[in-house]
Write a protein that binds this ligand. Structure first.
Ligand SMILES: [Zn+2]
Length: 69
């Protein structure tokens, strides 16, 4: 399924008004800070594996042929 990467991204993150938030711990990051590692809470299951939501979103969109750049 070509959109599976985007669905996977959407499973972990939500994007509202230019802010990406972790669905588990609600840690969030604006696009201006996309080059910084996102800091989750100490108990978040994604705290080590999911730290660059903007890059992951960019890859997911690129993989389905959509890009904002
Ligand atoms: Zn988190």
């Amino acid at each position: 399924m070509p959109s599976s990467d985007l669905q996977e991204w959407n499973f972990h993150w939500r994007l509202v008004a230019g802010i990406v938030s972790c669905r588990k711990c609600l840690a969030h990051q604006s696009e201006e800070l996309r080059n910084a590692l996102l800091v989750h809470t100490d108990t978040c299951p994604y705290r080590l594996s999911k730290r660059t939501p903007w890059d992951e979103l960019g890859r997911a969109l690129h993989n389905i042929g959509v890009s904002d750049h």
